[in-house]
Design a binder for this molecule. Structure first.
Ligand code: GRF
Length: 214
């Protein structure tokens, strides 16, 4: 069984999509073993509690400096023995040592079609503000493996979402979540749990089969 640890900072709607998929047996046996947040107020921790999943908070505010925080965060993660780490709206840069130690086993969800509207400064609503400002007709979401860069790791899944003339950043964010993010993350976890994903020459390769929706 694939042990999954989900890292969150906010509302946790992506976490909820993963928890719901597990409850409906759509994760090919993968199990959310724990949820870690940097923010003790994150509603995502309440979602974990309701689902009976252990939640813990490792907050930078509780440590004198970044290095000590990174060490504590990594120790907490190691103690959970994850097979897969999922960053679901996690707004803290993860320690470089963690990226090395869990290379090829950390996923992130980004609310745009990478390489568009990503990298420094593009997170949360700012992504959708950029999309509307540029006037693109299509946006979407991306699940990618995490490497040392910002939103630069191998792309695993993407899904396009139309931009409507009357969209605001908020309406667009909601549609990208509903039509893309909440489908992509559970699908990505299922594919990995089924052993159908390999990283080859810096690209994620998916062994597709009949009936794959994504
Ligand atoms: C989502 O839009 C996700 O793409 C981005 O941060 C937001 C997190 O939302 N990384 P939630 O906490 O999963 O509701």
């Amino acid at each position: 069984m694939l042990r999954v640890v989900v890292c969150v900072s906010g509302g946790g709607t992506n976490l909820q999509a993963i928890l719901d998929a597990e409850a409906e047996d759509k994760l090919a046996g993968a199990h959310v073993a724990a949820v870690i947040s940097n923010n003790r107020e994150a509603y995502a921790l309440k979602r974990a509690e309701k689902a009976g999943v252990p939640g813990l908070c490792v907050s930078p505010k509780d440590y004198p400096d970044r290095e000590t925080y990174h060490r504590a965060f990594l120790e907490a993660m190691d103690s959970l023995q994850p097979d897969l780490i999922v960053l679901a709206g996690f707004l803290v840069k993860i320690p470089a040592e963690m990226i090395r130690r869990y290379s090829g086993r950390i996923l992130n969800i980004h609310p745009s079609l990478i390489p568009a509207f990503c990298g420094t400064g593009y997170y949360g609503l700012k992504v959708h503000e950029g999309v509307l400002k540029r006037g693109v007709r299509v946006t979407g979401a991306t699940v990618h493996f995490v490497d040392e860069g910002m939103d630069t790791g191998p792309i695993l899944l993407q899904k396009a979402v139309e931009v409507r003339p009357d969209d605001t950043p908020e309406t667009l964010q909601k549609r990208v979540m509903e039509e893309a993010e909440w489908l992509l993350l559970p699908s990505a976890i299922r594919l990995i749990a089924e052993g159908r994903v390999k990283i080859w020459a810096g690209k994620a390769v998916v062994q597709t089969k009949e009936g794959d929706l994504l």
